[in-house]
Design a protein around this ligand. Structure first.
Ligand SMILES: Nc1ncnc2c1ncn2[C@@H]1O[C@H](COP(=O)(O)OP(=O)(O)O)[C@@H](O)[C@H]1O
Ligand SMILES: [Mg+2]
Length: 275
């Protein structure tokens, strides 16, 4: 019985993620108020799927992402990848934060090399990989530039190169384009989808932007306001090879409106709940 129950929690495919009855609370120690941030989250993300978590600010999106990453311990329920239950960070999962998290005193190339060294690649392999991924994110020619010499979009591409270079099966992204201007953000969304199609990763991408989610995702989870629950999981029924032109397509516009209504319901519920 025990064995069967355990096997159920181990995700089957190479880079899938299984989240089973995961709740999370903050506070409580030292007499502080316990606050439920996530309430019984159940979600399966398939191998090579691009999954967006969409929900109002404070609903627990980052918390869920950090739990998958193993950066904060799972308190209740189980999160599993093909490697078994998540009990800490691992080389199969890496994260891109909203603030670019590059070392300002290292060049683009040295930033990428650092991640590879930490992941244990040997020197020759590190050089080759660093260049390959710098090329992949279109930063060829900027290897020796320092972050301060780059635009926000270029810094974020360097951060993505550093994360992708170590070849994690699972890429976790926490509003990675939140700090970029609208124009750069759009270019980065297009590039990310193209990179994802080439590199075949499983992506969990957190955003509160409906258009960003619809443009990027295969599936979208819509979360409720705090305590975060998954209210809807919706397949994005748009062409896989979509590019910028999809933004004008009536199917994109209608689908975005449908998602927007569902998100709005959660926002309205949150306002009522606050009284
Ligand atoms: N380290 C923490 N200690 C206490 N409360 C926290 C902590 N991190 C997040 N929270 C609270 O948990 C809730 C969910 O936060 P978060 O996961 O950051 O939401 P989101 O990313 O959707 O905005 C929020 O109410 C937030 O204030
Ligand atoms: Mg957040």
């Amino acid at each position: 019985m025990m064995m069967a129950a355990k096997a159920h929690h181990i995700a089957q495919a190479a880079s899938s993620i299984s989240i089973h009855d995961v709740s999370h609370s903050y506070g409580g120690r030292g007499g502080g108020q316990v606050m439920l941030a996530l309430d019984r989250i159940n979600l399966d993300v398939g191998d090579c799927e691009f999954h967006c978590l969409l929900g109002p600010s404070g609903c627990g999106k980052s918390t869920l992402l950090y739990l998958i990453g193993g950066f904060i311990p799972v308190q209740a329920g189980v999160i599993a990848t093909a490697k078994g239950p998540v009990s800490g960070p691992g080389p199969d999962r890496s994260i891109v934060f909203q603030n670019f998290a590059l070392f300002p005193w290292k060049t683009v190339k040295d930033n990428v090399l650092y991640g590879l060294k930490k992941a244990g690649f040997d020197a020759g392999e590190r050089e080759k990989r660093a260049q390959d991924y710098i090329d992949l994110v279109h930063l060829t020619g900027f290897e020796n530039a320092y972050p301060s010499q780059l635009s926000g979009g270029m810094q974020q591409r360097a951060a993505i190169a550093r994360t992708l270079a170590v070849d994690p099966g699972i890429l976790l992204m926490d509003e990675p384009f939140g700090a970029l201007d609208a124009q750069t953000r759009r270019v980065m969304q297009e590039e990310l989808r193209a990179i994802w199609r080439r590199s075949r990763k499983t992506v969990v991408f957190v955003t509160h932007d409906v258009h960003e989610a619809v443009f990027l995702a295969d599936r979208i989870s819509i979360m409720s306001a705090r305590p975060g629950r998954i209210e809807h999981v919706i397949d994005v029924d748009l062409p896989k090879d979509r590019g910028e032109e999809i933004l004008e397509d009536p199917r994109f516009i209608q689908f975005s409106e449908r998602i927007w209504r569902l998100v709005r319901e959660q926002a309205v519920a949150a306002t009522r709940g606050a009284h």
